[in-house]
Design a protein around this ligand. Structure first.
Ligand code: ZN
Length: 879
């Protein structure tokens, strides 16, 4: 075990920095055996600090210090203290120039923080605390500086040298080397610094801003990826236009660059003027990327671009405020995606992620508020709570204020705080000041962890024509937080009459022209609302469009669910009613005898959905997806995963058998006409067709098998090809399975992004992804422990998606994951800590499982020299 315990950092201990850095002048000498970094800082005492004449403390990590000079005079060992993680210099004058030279080894950097090498190129990742792996610096976001960066490298191997801002000079040096100098006029925190050096091809485009400026758009990728840039470039232009139109935000530099790198811990990074992307989140072509990937790329390109305002121009004061930029930016990118496609479908996708994964996080050992009060390792806090719940919180402000006031609020926020490092409270304050609304109770959404529960009950008074709805809220205890206060919750609802008509919602007996939908505001523990003039018992449609990230408890009958499924004018709630019905049916079969009947009404409802082509096909495609195992587990009290898996499979097979001919018809009806396009309509058709195919193969249908084999061979796009592959892999046709897997690999082996998909289709399949096969995948020549995408596509897919195999009652899945976490802990602690997640949820499972999961976690805990990242996660999970 580690000898020194990692320290906890508290928001309450925040102090303004004692020193500020106005300018940073960097010179990088890049070599094959390392890099020398010359850094010169203009430092001055912070007038807002009351720390006095304290020594200057700079952060560092894995640096070899070569020299330090103050105002040009070299310092001796007695003038500073190098503790490794801190360089302490002092006493120092009130204003001075500090020069530090460090030596680093990017080629040996497997953590992928700081400067590292990926497929032969140099690239950097500084958020959150990677800059300290490059040079000694006050590595905190409230220190904002103007950067000038000179990069020197071999010209043949690294013709492209990039950093933030504008390139102001370049030239040749001796020994075949060259240099480029970049200047970024906007002061920024060091986490937004970036550097890239490599042999890359450049794709160019331009964008004319609303005010008429021409922006140079450039993408840099490895030569083999030159044909996979168009979609990202188009997405970028759409994002730039959208942010001008919807938020009034224009781009501010003359150049905007995107670089694709294969080895990357996260999805992408919003470095000022130089966004760096995980290849899998930016490169796409019809033949190699699925519809899902196309949509994801559009969303991530937009997300990173939008950060230029929500994150870069206005940044975070400290890392407790991470959701200031992430929650707001996710909200912005979800609005953008909704505008580009189907808003209802986008909402369904967002809520599915939230309810499956964020609710699980909020109910688990790592539960934390949107603005955490403490952390050990900030990398562990790039969570679904910060991102997705944070976006929901912003969305609720939008709902409460309405679009116009919200826009006023965001204008005020950007104007008031441009160039500053601020807090989530500043954001809420701007919204309050612009709208005149009081959001003091609303702020609890940032402070209290846990998913609020709304218990709804109703009663109908037929004599007086009153429908009474009582809503009680409670926020569950979470680690370190008990006895919570009621929160301010926007609760959208409607009432439906017997023929499906929307009833006017009269809160006063004589009110006229009442709306048929209202956003009620819950602020107390319990509210009762009376609706007048109701002539029959209505069916309530609650929490429309998922107006708040809460759980709703109400005892819907199956009849009511079926009714809402076909009548609710709110598309989201229509879908949700169908989900609720399917959940109810599956749950009733968990642990039930083999021959327990499946409710015939579910079959009838699905038959209606598949056959009625007048319905919105994009919504139908979503409605046909049965709730995932992960969601069913999240809903369970004490989950028995193999039993849940069986019950779900049973329902799926029952539906497939009963609807066989409709499925075949659905497949044929949705066969593509015309050229492949990523439009909502075509996406829906492919999704419907491929769902039909997957279901047919679950019941060993010969016609389905032939359709799948043909589609696999003949399709001209990855969505159809991989859907056919997945359907066959998940079927009982063993010979076909191995044939298509071999064929697919042979065709795409030179494309890492496709090979990743090939890995994950197998690792997430209960047929092809049992432990022996997983071990074989790890031995495969295309597998690479140093590449996070490969690790995620095998180990992550197995533990996160192949749930029945992972939760094998003998505990072998848990032991396997523990082994891989220990192995990765030394090379890449960030990835190791993320992989542990499924095990940390051990309390959620039935005792025979949870005991084994806990034992696996304890084994990780006892590994010598555990990283701070994994330490925090396992200790919190065992606490
Ligand atoms: Zn972000």
């Amino acid at each position: 075990m580690r000898t020194s315990q990692p320290q906890t950092i508290y928001l309450s201990e925040y102090r303004v920095p004692a020193y500020l850095v106005d300018t940073v002048d960097l010179r990088f000498e890049l070599f094959e055996n390392g890099a020398r970094v010359h850094s010169t800082l203009e430092v001055r005492r912070n007038p807002e600090s009351d720390a006095g004449e304290v020594p200057l403390e700079l952060d560092g990590d894995s640096l070899i210090l070569e020299s330090v000079a103050l105002n040009g005079a070299p310092l001796g060992d007695a003038d500073f203290e190098n503790r490794g993680d801190k360089l302490i210099i002092g006493p120092v004058p009130a204003k001075f120039e500090l020069s530090v030279v460090t030596w680093i080894e990017p080629q040996n950097n497997t953590r992928l923080e700081g400067l590292y090498k990926s497929s032969g190129m140099f690239c950097s990742q500084c958020e959150a605390e990677g800059f300290r792996c490059i040079t000694f610096f006050p590595d905190r976001p409230d220190v904002m500086s103007r950067f000038r960066t000179r990069i020197e490298a071999d010209k043949g191997a690294y013709p492209i040298l990039l950093s933030n801002g504008n390139d102001v000079d370049r030239g040749d040096l001796d020994d075949g080397r060259h240099y480029v100098i970049w200047e970024d006029p906007f002061p920024k925190p060091c986490y937004l610094f970036a550097l890239v050096a490599g042999d890359l091809v450049e794709k160019r485009d331009t964008f004319k801003t609303g005010s008429g400026r021409d922006i140079d758009l450039r993408m840099y990728v490895e030569p083999r990826n030159a044909e996979k840039c168009d979609h990202a470039m188009d997405s970028l232009k759409r994002s730039m236009r959208w942010d001008e139109e919807v938020y009034g935000r224009e781009y501010d530099l003359d150049i905007f660059m995107i670089v694709a790198v294969d080895d990357f811990n996260m999805g992408a990074m919003e470095n000022k003027g130089l966004n760096i992307f995980n290849s899998s989140c930016v490169l796409a072509s019809q033949e190699t990327a699925t519809d899902l990937a196309f949509q994801r790329i559009e969303a991530i390109v937009a997300h990173e671009y939008f950060h230029n305002w929500s994150g870069n121009r206005v940044t975070c004061r400290d890392w407790f405020q991470l959701s200031l930029k992430e929650g707001f930016t996710v909200f912005r990118d979800s609005q953008f995606s909704a505008d580009m496609g189907s808003p209802t479908v986008k909402r369904i996708e967002d809520v599915t992620l939230l309810r499956t994964a964020q609710f699980a996080e909020d109910g688990g050992p790592m539960a934390h508020p949107v603005r955490p009060a403490s952390y050990m390792e900030i990398s562990n806090f790039y969570t679904l709570t910060i991102y997705e719940k944070g976006a929901e919180v912003v969305r609720m402000i939008y709902t409460l204020l309405g679009p116009d006031m919200f826009r006023k609020g965001s204008d005020l926020y950007f104007e008031r705080h441009d160039g500053q490092a601020v807090t989530t409270d500043d954001f809420v304050k701007a919204m309050e000041d612009a709208s005149g609304r009081d959001l003091s109770q609303f702020r609890l959404w940032y402070e209290q962890a846990g998913t609020p529960v709304l218990s709804v009950s109703d009663e109908y008074d037929s004599e007086r024509g009153i429908y009474r709805l009582t809503v009680e809220q409670s926020v569950p205890d979470t680690p370190g937080q008990k006895a919570k206060k009621p929160q301010h919750i926007p609760f959208a609802l409607g009432l439906l009459g017997a023929r499906g008509e929307s009833l006017p919602l009269r809160l006063e007996p004589e009110s006229q022209d009442a709306p048929t939908e209202r956003v009620l505001e819950l602020t107390d523990t319990c509210h009762t609302f009376e609706f007048h003039g109701i002539n029959e018992r209505p069916v309530p449609s609650l929490l429309r469009d998922f107006s708040a990230p809460v759980r709703v408890r109400y005892s819907w009958t199956r009849e009511q669910m079926l009714f809402l499924m076909s009548h609710d004018p709110d598309g989201f709630n229509r879908w949700d009613a169908g989900q609720r019905l399917a959940v109810d049916v599956i749950q009733s079969l968990v642990g039930a005898p083999k021959d327990a009947p499946v409710d015939a009404r579910l079959v009838a409802a699905y038959r209606q959905l598949i056959s009625d082509s007048s319905l919105d096909q994009a919504l139908v495609a979503k409605m046909l997806q049965l709730p995932s195992e992960a969601y069913l587990i999240e809903l369970a009290e004490s989950a028995d995963v193999p039993a849940i898996h069986k019950a779900r499979e049973r329902v799926l097979k029952h539906l497939a058998i009963a609807l066989r001919s409709e499925l075949v018809a659905c497949y044929r009806r949705n066969l593509e006409e015309g050229a492949y396009q990523v439009t909502p309509d075509q996406i829906a058709r492919r999704s419907l067709r491929n769902t039909a195919l997957a279901w047919l193969l679950q019941i060993n249908d010969e016609e389905g098998r032939e359709l799948a084999l043909r589609q696999f061979k003949e399709s001209d796009n990855m969505t159809d090809r991989i859907s056919a592959l997945r359907a066959l892999v998940n079927s009982d046709y063993e010979a076909d399975r191995s044939e298509v897997l071999t064929d697919f690999y042979a065709r795409f082996q030179d494309d890492p992004q496709v090979v990743e998909q090939w890995f994950s289709v197998q690792a997430s399949s209960d047929r092809a992804g049992q432990l022996p096969e997983i071990h074989a995948l790890l031995e495969h020549k295309a597998f690479d422990w140093k590449n996070p995408n490969k690790v995620r596509s095998v180990v992550g897919a197995f533990a996160g998606q192949n749930l029945a195999a992972f939760h094998n009652p003998d505990g072998s899945g848990y032991d396997f994951l523990a082994d891989q976490v220990c192995r990765l802990d030394d090379s890449n602690p960030q990835i190791a800590a993320r992989l542990v997640t499924p095990l940390t949820r051990w309390r959620k499972f039935a005792p025979s499982y949870s005991n084994r999961m806990k034992a696996a976690i304890e084994r990780i805990r006892d590994k010598p020299d555990l990283s701070r990242d994994v330490y925090e996660v396992v200790h919190k999970s065992l606490a």
